[in-house]
Design a protein around this ligand. Structure first.
Ligand SMILES: Nc1ncnc2c1ncn2[C@@H]1O[C@H](COP(=O)(O)OP(=O)(O)OP(=O)(O)O)[C@@H](O)[C@H]1O
Ligand SMILES: [Mg+2]
Length: 430
């Protein structure tokens, strides 16, 4: 029997790029398993989700860095995980603790999470630094998404529920509060982000000798900034778009994550995921396991069942689901009366089923659609929809996915190690 087969989750994580017709069908296949199972996680499951916990200063995940030292799972679902830090007084400990608890807590069957903290030995520390240094070199540093940016992927079970509207408006609402936000339009079939943000024109690409490096379109918003990439900025016309789509079916996200000159000061990167997120989500999990999914659904209960598939897919890829946004919730008439045109309760039902928060509800409002057509996100104006987007942005920043605070412990160590190695290299070259 081969080491990995198509049904092996490891295989699926590693081989996420089926081509041609296989890719097209894979993207639309429903997952075989329900959202939750009754049995608890294995140690492998726990290590897999811990790949989403990143040491923001070293820019790699704690499993790869050798900081996750194994996990114990009790019959009652209580998980104890051992984590070794570079120094026990590390100010980033709180961040790592929070992320660890959130990630493991999202696994089916987990009732509680505790962390057994220890410190890396001197030998382990140098191995950790070697991994971090190698990753930093491999990453072509200035083109990848900075490790300090929170990555939020906006997904849904089916098309047309408002993913792109939510992406554009959420990004604008975040920027309006003074944050710098990267926006990736990963929907190469129906790129709508350029229109919704009122941006056009080809992206500039320079060549570093091996591959093109793309500079995103940048626009100031409030006290912050949006840096935006989309397939719409890369293709000349619909004809070449079709060609690109064929070539890049599953590569768009990778291309936009790796070959773009993302600024170091990004607080968030918001990704508009294509519909039928199956293999794209898996690809995302492989490239950037710390990414978190936000599932958009409509209030109809039928839609909620379809959206549950997206949650299930995310869990299979070990991506954290940060929460649910219900779009097209109610229609508020000019006289203030509310009308639930598309039913009600779907968002909350999905959130409860998935065990994640309902982050917010966005009313149906003609200005959402008009703002999208005019290229001026409604989030920057007034009214119920703008207030809803502002409230969602606030909740993300304050509670659900706060920006990473750089506290500085391993970074200093890393700098010292880099400096020492540079001196060593210089001495050897001389
Ligand atoms: N809250 C809302 N109120 C009114 N219209 C809305 C709202 N949200 C989205 N729309 C409109 O619904 C349509 C679909 O929205 P959008 O394009 O954002 O969905 P999508 O999930 O990205 O779709 P696709 O799967 O095609 O990419 C658009 O015309 C948009 O303007
Ligand atoms: Mg869309």
């Amino acid at each position: 029997m081969p080491a990995t087969g198509p049904d092996d989750p490891q295989h699926q994580l590693l081989n996420t790029e089926p081509t041609g017709a296989a890719a097209a069908t894979a993207a639309h296949q429903a997952p075989a398993e329900p959202v939750a199972t009754s049995s608890g996680p294995s140690e492998d499951d726990i290590l897999a989700v811990l790949r989403g916990v990143i040491d923001p200063e070293l820019g790699s995940n704690i499993v790869e860095l050798g900081m996750a030292k194994g996990a114990k799972i009790d019959d009652d679902g209580q998980v104890t995980v051992k984590i070794a830090l570079t120094t026990s007084g590390c100010p980033l400990r709180a961040q790592i603790q929070k992320d660890t608890k959130a990630r493991i807590g999202s696994l089916a069957g987990v009732t509680g999470v505790s962390i057994d903290w220890t410190e890396l030995t001197a030998e382990e520390k140098s191995a950790t630094m070697a991994v971090a240094r190698k990753n930093a070199t491999d990453r072509a540093t200035d083109t990848a998404v900075p490790a300090t940016a929170k990555v939020l992927a906006i997904a849904s079970g089916k098309g047309g529920v408002g993913k792109s509207s939510v992406t554009a408006n959420l990004a604008a609402a975040l920027a309006d509060t003074g944050l710098n936000v990267g926006v990736i339009d990963a929907d190469i079939w129906g790129f709508s982000i350029p229109r919704m943000l009122g941006l056009e024109g080809r992206l500039e690409a320079s060549n570093d000798g091996e591959r093109p490096i793309i500079t995103p379109h940048s626009m100031p918003i409030g006290a912050g900034r949006l840096d935006v990439v989309s397939m719409g900025f890369l293709v000349e016309d619909e004809g070449s778009a079709l060609l690109w789509r064929g070539l890049m079916l599953n590569r768009a996200v990778q291309h936009f994550l790796e070959d773009v000159q993302w600024a170091d000061d990004l607080d968030y990167v918001v990704i508009d995921m294509p519909p039928g997120t199956g293999d794209v989500a898996m690809g995302l999990a492989r490239m950037i396991p710390r990414a978190e999914l936000i599932i958009v659904t409509t209030p109809a209960t039928g839609a909620q069942k379809v959206a549950a598939r997206a949650v299930s897919m995310a869990r299979k890829s070990y991506l954290r689901v940060a929460g649910v946004i219900e779009n097209m919730s109610v229609f508020v008439a000019p006289d203030g009366s509310e009308h639930a045109l598309f039913g009600s309760g779907g968002g909350l039902a999905l959130a409860e089923e998935a065990g994640v928060p309902l982050i917010g509800q966005i009313p149906i409002e003609p200005s959402v659609s008009a703002g999208g057509d005019l290229g001026r996100p409604v989030a920057l104006d007034d009214g119920p929809a703008a207030e809803a987007f502002a409230a969602i942005a606030r909740r993300l920043v304050e509670e659900i996915a706060p920006p990473v605070e750089m506290a500085g412990c391993t970074a200093r160590m890393f700098d010292l190690a880099e400096q020492a190695l540079a001196e060593f290299d210089a001495a050897n070259d001389a």
